[in-house]
Design a protein around this ligand. Sequence first.
Ligand code: SAM
Length: 456
Amino acid sequence: MGASSRGELPRLDWNGRDESMAALEDARASTRPGFHVAESFSESRPTGSVYQGDNLHVMSHLWRRGERFQLIYADPPFFVGRNFRQKSRIKLPSGQVVPIQLDAYEDHWNRDEATYLSMILPRLVMMRDLLADTGVVCLHADQRMIGYLRALLDEIFGRDRFRNEIIWNYAQGSAPSNRFPCKHDTILVYIKGRDAPFNTAAARLPFTPHAHDKRGKNYGGTMGVDGDGREYVEKWGTGKKKKYRYYLDEGKACPDVWTDIQSIQSAAGERTGYPTQKPLLLLERLISVYTNPGDSVGDFFAGSGTTAVSAQNLGRKWTVSDASSQAIHQIRRRLLSGSIPYRALRSDEDPIPPLSGRAVLRDNSMEVCNYTPDANFCRQLGVDPGDDHVNLIDIMTVDTNPARDDECHRVAAHWCRKTPDESPRTNPPAGKHGALPSVFATDLSGRRVSLAVTTD
Ligand SMILES: C[S@@+](CC[C@H](N)C(=O)[O-])C[C@H]1O[C@@H](n2cnc3c(N)ncnc32)[C@H](O)[C@@H]1O
């Protein structure tokens, strides 16, 4: 498959490989309906898009439209062999606040590597096709599947397009008694063409003084200060033929083992509760090294939207997608709470959100007064479907000028739940045409519904 190494490498084979490539061809040639903008947030033109749906469908749609990306970061399920859940809390009618767990995504693959490989192969090929000529893919995995994934990427991109195997070392994790504790993930980096940007200056690390120097001034060479007052250390190169000068304010080159980025801590401000969420710092390093401001970044296994937030922070355009409604819910919540403009797109095949509750507009305040969740969700939480469920709502959005001719909900005001006993309430700006606002609510399960609006 790789242009430069075709036929030279041994090829991974498994039952179902050919069928998975046939699925790729079907996706490329697909006549399936596309996507429409279901929601937009911000007055200005959004730089980011959030697609809900299977990523083979989303990526083939983008590919047919000619969209190309400078960087695609992929953090697929790791083949952990279990399902993942989002942690949250609810207030019961008794007033008691209890922790709950909500379905996020599945990662069991019938415990069969072949099933996993059949899922990932067409998606990796589609990612390569979606890259710009100078594009880069960063594939994040752990010790379970990394060997297989590296063989697949060698085949898809060509072995000579391999750039790095980044080891992200962190402190968290269990300590089994029969092996060394696993304390790292791996990020495989491949480039599509012969060249790709590599902004080394974006990933420099501070020099660390030698521990035995109490003054913190011993950097393993001769210290000095130049005419501009800049501190440096000079060290001999190998063979003592040449002396090199390193300025302390420039820092040192970042190696391929990253030990300076913590995994998400339980008290971290950026924590969303979405399982397997990655830190912003990790994404910010990858994005700033492999892209320039204004470039496009894609992430089609987006989870809680870490790539979207990092790309936005760095002034890049971004497109993310996920198949899980819980993931899309967390992404929207994160973007709304961070005032990050976006467009949320849904498949034209998706049903229109049902009407499932009522909001009242009184004295410029929009308040939800009843909500009927899905009966299965009530059962899962162990709550009575007949009770008042307004406190299960997690996001409310208001469009003050709903247009009749399209399905796009333009968010003019929003509310995101912060504590389990908060009631959904917001103060929308006045609408232009005297029409009643349209209101949508999303509950903790990620189910998005519309609410009937009254004025008394
Ligand atoms: C490891 S998580 C990503 C976490 C993310 N990097 C973050 O920081 O939150 C993997 C994600 O891939 C999504 N996913 C798995 N298979 C998918 C598919 N076929 N299409 C779209 N998303 C998929 C899951 O729903 C899950 O949210």
